[in-house]
Design a protein around this ligand. Structure first.
Ligand code: SAH
Length: 390
């Protein structure tokens, strides 16, 4: 058997222990050593432990913001991208942002949620979303997704309780790598995040949600958290805000959510609603939304059903660059929320913290990142084009 030090280093980033052990076996490294190396990386935070060695993307920017619950930390990692489409301008990297958000749990315990990115940019084109403005640059690998957790846990040195896929990108547009990353993050020998503490948030790609329906029936996956960004109360308005709605409409979303509820033992799916003044915040919108949510509200005859079925997260709109709409006032949010509550909808309202933290999840990527990576779709020889116009 080879000595661990004699073989070229292997990175276990993004892998399960089993996959890493197998890879090590191919190099002649025994399972015992492989397991110890894996645990050194994930539990002890050692980047180097033969035969494993991880190369962590450089953290090029870090920003702290005090909030009521503690401190929100954003950090930007720079990923090498030798095939970058801006290579001719000397850009051979992608920047991605992650956010660590402090929260106070129901029991009063302080917890930390990590908001991760699944893509650099996004192809979904939602009108209100900052990330959408830059288009899709590329999807992240499982390793690049897990590296965001590693940086939060072992560089920032913060115990991460929850992970939400609410950073840049559409997880269902990169589902293989997202699922592989979750498999790694939940590995008991490694990061060991409980499945119930991980949430995938989607624009509502039905094909992806069907795959999730199969996946959650696999052992260990039942408790995976799901969130749907609804953001509108009728198809006309939703299709304007979110192009995906032209492909799969709100009725189809309602159907798949009901199917998912069956296979997930009644577990709640979080419905997200970004409240945009003058766009989706009228009392009629609230009434329509409550009607759409009706099948998910708690059935009083089924007391034993887990949770309350319907859970709505109202997120005050955070104006994107060149936004035609302002942020809603407290009164506008109150009016909308009160109306929903009167219909029996369980509303989770993000208060002050929302604006600066969770809401920020939908629009990661600092202005700088976007500026650098924005590429006009039609390139011409005009050298002015080489300076980003936006
Ligand atoms: N693509 C996934 C995950 C990324 S967006 C999805 O759509 O769910 C994460 C959340 O941020 C979504 O609920 C999205 O609707 C919200 N969001 C996007 N832009 C926002 C903005 N400008 N202000 C507030 N929330 C926003």
């Amino acid at each position: 058997m080879a000595r661990a030090d004699d073989i070229p280093p292997i990175s276990p980033m993004g892998m399960t222990l089993d996959a890493f052990v197998e890879l090590c076996a191919q190099q002649g490294v025994g399972a015992g050593r492989a397991k110890a190396a894996y645990q050194d990386v994930y539990r002890e935070g050692k980047p180097d432990s033969a035969p494993s060695r991880i190369v962590l993307p450089e953290i090029v920017k870090r920003h702290e913001e005090p909030v009521n619950e503690g401190v929100t930390i954003k950090f930007v990692q720079r990923l090498p991208n030798p095939n970058h489409r801006l290579l001719h301008r000397g850009i051979d990297f992608d920047d991605i942002e992650s956010v660590i958000i402090p929260m106070i749990g129901r029991s009063g315990r302080k917890t930390h949620t990590l908001c991760v990115s699944s893509q650099v940019g996004c192809a979904m084109g939602c009108d209100f979303c900052e990330t959408a403005q830059m288009g899709l640059i590329r999807s992240l690998t499982a390793s690049e997704i897990v590296a965001q957790w590693w940086a939060a846990r072992h560089i920032e040195n913060i115990e991460i309780d929850n992970i939400v896929f609410m950073g840049m990108g559409e997880p269902m547009d990169n589902l293989d790598e997202v699922l592989a990353a979750i498999e790694c993050l939940t590995d008991r020998s490694g990061a060991s995040i409980p499945m119930a503490n991980i949430t995938i948030s989607t624009v509502g790609r039905i094909d992806g949600l069907r795959r999730i329906k199969d996946q959650v029936q696999e052992p260990g996956w039942k408790r995976l958290g799901l969130a749907l960004s609804l953001n509108a109360s009728n198809d006309e308005s939703r299709s304007k805000l979110m192009p995906i709605n032209n492909k799969w409409n709100m009725q189809e979303l309602q159907d798949i959510l009901q199917e998912l509820r069956e296979v997930r033992g009644g577990r709640k799916i979080m419905i997200e609603y970004v409240l945009i003044p003058g766009v989706n915040d009228s009392l009629t919108n609230a009434d329509e939304l409550a009607a759409w949510m009706k099948p998910f509200l708690k059935d009083p005859t089924r007391e034993k059903a887990k949770g309350h079925g319907g859970l709505l997260n109202v997120i005050p709109y955070n104006p994107r660059r060149d936004s035609p709409w302002p942020a809603p006032t407290e009164e506008q949010v109150d009016g909308f929320v009160d109306r929903l509550v009167s219909h029996g909808v369980f509303v989770n309202r993000r208060r002050t913290k929302g604006r600066d933290t969770m809401a920020a999840c939908g629009q990661l990527g600092t202005a700088e990142i976007r500026k650098r990576q924005f590429v006009p779709v039609t390139m011409n020889n005009d050298s002015n084009r080489d300076t980003d116009e936006r």
